[in-house]
Design a protein around this ligand. Structure first.
Ligand code: XMP
Length: 530
């Protein structure tokens, strides 16, 4: 069951396997209405139990007449709850209510000029002609009884339809995609004009509700949290600090594999700024011993992950009165693990939870205050709670840390070299990103460099410094542009930025005599070297 505070007023997005499913939920939330994604096999009874104020049917890749095409419990359309369907959502609404769907001759993909016909509350205050985003081959050819056609395009005679009396609305196009010029207005018309919702899901109300939910659940008990220095666990800690103060024990396992200055920053934030019970475990020596001589990347990952839980539970078992284990699970983790496949049934088991290796006889109840938030909402929450930018906007950083940026085996000397070089890389590229921001006035992930770091390979090369021949280490500079790390392009950094990084690294980091730049994209390479 979810531990986050859920507002009374919510919209459910019924997911038919949409490319844009998460986007719909996010657009609704951007309008300050809470929304949640549910699978399309949800039953009318389950929907009734969730008592949503409105329902949105997403698009989906299937043809409604395909053998295994997703269907919908027809009774959902009889609940008296307003429904808005997009694309496949329109088609499924049409066939479920007795209309027809056929193939259009050539399909319609991309921006399309749309013409409104007649009055429609969905299109209120939008122009008669507007651009919409289409992506379909099938389309409604005959609307169900009682429905009116409210817009069309040259290719699509039913670009939208509605039965205002029953508050059933649908569009063939995608209002959730930015290329639909008035998509946001249409969504707002549906939520506020048609459903009468109130835009009161704001950061203040989110914090207030979350704090109240944590307090109510935890009571006088203690909660333990593994703090990694990453965004999610830090936001849980900040929220926990607000809700239960020193009843929250934050265990920060310092494995020595974080970037230069990071452990000190984490400690400063959670001892000086937030009033929690902060425990820093100095495990640096133990990790170095375990990693000595290990060069296989997967073996390194395994050792680091296993040792984290050992260190964590060693502390946890010494504490009295700890009933809960807090985790920074976020909404995409839940969606991607398929945990809510059954439409939010309480019996659902979240597979990723099984990964926590509780020692014999130890068990805690889980508490996951972020399990209904998208990443950008988690960041906004962090900022609203007063977390500094260096935590909230931290670059993605692998759990195994610098150990997988040292190719081959890890030792203290290599770690020192890599930390120093990496600090210079970050300093120079932070400054470059800041210049881009000053020039454009927007912090745009498409324009700035997304992730950047140094890698230490397991080789040496010849160089010359002064009159001396050197035989020292190279540093690899990796800098990529990306949206989600699934694909990435190497950043076209200006030569002067590369030159500064190179001259500073060889001048300031003892033992390094060469800097090379990785000009490979993903695929075929990966972002990390190990
Ligand atoms: P790759 O190297 O697979 O990285 O292209 C994609 C993104 O994931 C991060 N990454 C990791 N994160 N544990 C993590 O928590 C890991 O073992 C790991 N390996 C890669 C990487 O930094 C990039 O953002």
């Amino acid at each position: 069951m979810s531990q986050s505070a859920l507002p009374d007023q919510r919209v459910i997005v019924v997911d038919f396997g949409a490319q844009y499913g998460q986007l719909i939920a996010r657009r609704v939330r951007d309008l300050h209405v809470y929304s949640e994604i549910v699978p399309c096999d949800i039953t009318a009874d389950e929907v009734r139990a969730m008592a949503p104020a409105a329902i949105i049917f997403s698009g989906g890749p299937a043809s409604v007449y395909a053998e295994d095409a997703p269907t919908i419990d027809p009774a959902i359309l009889e609940l008296g709850i307003p429904v808005l369907g997009f694309c496949y959502g329109q088609q499924i609404m049409a066939v479920t209510l007795g209309g027809e769907v056929g193939h259009t001759e050539k399909g319609e993909y991309g921006p399309a000029p749309l013409t409104r016909c007649g009055e429609s509350a969905l299109f209120a205050d939008t122009p008669g002609e507007q651009t919409v985003w289409m992506s379909h081959r099938d389309a409604v050819s005959r609307v169900p009884e009682g429905f009116a056609v409210t817009s069309r395009t040259d290719v699509c005679p039913v670009a939208s339809m509605e039965c205002a009396e029953r508050r059933l609305y649908a569009t063939q196009f995608h209002p959730e995609v930015r290329h639909t010029a008035f998509g946001n207005e249409l969504l707002a018309n549906f939520l506020f004009g048609i459903c009468g919702l109130v835009p009161d899901w704001t950061m203040d109300s989110i914090i207030e509700d979350s704090v109240a939910a944590i307090r109510e659940k935890v009571g006088e008990d203690r909660v333990i949290l593994g703090l990694s220095g990453g965004v999610d666990s830090s936001v849980v800690a900040a929220l926990g600090a607000r809700a239960i103060g020193r009843q929250l024990v934050c265990v920060f396992v310092d494995h020595g594999l974080l970037r230069k200055g990071e452990p000190e920053e984490v400690e400063a934030v959670f001892t000086e700024q937030f009033d929690v019970d902060f425990i820093r475990v100095d495990a640096r020596e133990r990790y170095l011993e375990l990693l000595a001589g290990v060069s296989d990347p997967e073996e390194k990952r395994r050792i680091i992950g296993t040792q984290f839980w050992k260190e964590f539970f060693a502390v946890a078992q010494q504490l009295d009165g700890v009933k809960y284990l807090a985790q920074g699970t976020i909404y995409p983790d839940i969606i991607e693990s398929g945990a809510r496949k059954t439409g939010g049934k309480a019996s659902t088991i979240k597979s990723h939870h099984n990964l926590i290796p509780f020692p014999e006889g130890v068990s805690f109840e889980l508490i996951e205050p972020l399990d209904h938030f998208f990443k950008d909402e988690v960041r906004a929450l962090g900022t609203a709670l007063g977390l500094p930018d260096h935590i909230v906007h931290r670059q993605p950083f692998p759990g195994p840390g610098l150990a997988i940026r040292i190719i081959g085996d890890v030792d203290a000397e290599k770690l020192e070299v890599l930390k120093s070089a990496d600090a210079i890389v970050r300093e120079e590229l932070d400054a470059y990103n800041e210049r881009l921001f000053q020039e454009t006035g927007v912090r745009d992930s498409e324009r700035s460099v997304w992730q950047y770091f140094a890698v230490l390979p397991d080789i040496r090369s010849v160089g010359v410094m002064g009159d001396e021949r050197t035989y020292a280490r190279p540093i690899i500079l990796r800098a990529v542009e990306s949206q989600d790390a699934m694909t990435a392009d190497w950043a076209r950094l200006p030569y002067e930025v590369l030159a500064r990084v190179s001259s500073r690294v060889v001048a300031e980091v003892p033992g390094v005599n060469r800097v090379v730049y990785d000009v490979t994209s993903k695929p075929p390479a990966t972002v990390e070297w190990e």
